[in-house]
Design a protein around this ligand. Sequence first.
Ligand code: S3P
Length: 357
Amino acid sequence: MNVTAPFKADIIKYVDEIDSNIKQTENINTIINNNGKLVGTNTDYYGIKKYLNDNKINIKNKTCLIIGAGSTAKTISIITKDAKSVVIVNRKKSKAKKIADEYNYYVGEFTDINEIWFEWADIIFYTIPININDVITHKDNNKKILNINYNFNKSYFGKNLLINQGYYAFKKFFPEYDPYIDFFKHGFNNNIQKNNITLIGYMGAGKSECGKQLAKSIGYTFIDLDVEIEKFSKVSIDKIFESNGEKYFRSTERSRLEKILKKDNQVISCGGGVVLHNKDLLQTTNCVWLYCNLEKSYNRIKGDPRRPLLSDYTAFIELFNKRKRMYLSSSDIIINSDNSILKIVDKIIDEININTN
Ligand code: S3P
């Protein structure tokens, strides 16, 4: 199984053993069931090492600057243990200090990146989710800046790291094969352009609110699938359930979605049950699963008479549990919607390849 942010640290408590090379990262992204024993590893570590190796970057005699102090920075910190000297900077200095104390690194000021540390460092590991040009203002092409953002359109290194870590995860899952790395690269190049964005997720996750803001930010048309169903049926969702039943609702939901997807450049907020019958359609879109803490979602919407499938909290959880695998398998990315709308929207824009032409 592969795990990604924001669960790389939380998942540790569920495994029996951790790969000793990456123990200090306190983050895992791959879990293997070894004859009943769950072993966690972090293939980012191996992916970064492979990149350095393939590009003949020997960090032993190099000065390194790590920008950021999150999970990726922790992984880098193990790799830079052999470097000549390491400085770590982060917006929240105390987080950088924690890592620095562990490895005996120096903590710098975030505000000194351009004034001091850029010149000083031979290699810069950039690990924070902010556009790199907003933080590093120098334009020195000879400087080795390794921008570890998985947003592969923006970062050559990020793309290679994503490929490399996938390669190691594959090797863990299928130890009998030695995969051909170009096969993974090919997968990227074949990435089809998806021109609509669908927001899926359980009731109360904030799909409509985020959808409106996202559409506004990127100049797309906003569509609320439930509203389209109501317009078509000329009655409210709860009345459709009451008079025609769920089966009719689901078939209308599918036919409306099919129709909407004939156009491009739309953000479509879908009802919580869209994943039941429409995985094929959702996969033609950039499908974002908005995940929110269930108690929060429930408190947001409890007592809303317009939600026919909403009853008590136990039933709410049960229905989610039945659906969670469908959300997972239909979506391209998961975004934690337990945040301000603007932050969620920024995160979505950062994570997906949006065609705004
Ligand atoms: C449903 C969720 C609702 C609506 C309908 C069915 C579901 O949308 O489509 O009541 O099956 O979870 P929201 O997710 O916006 O509440």
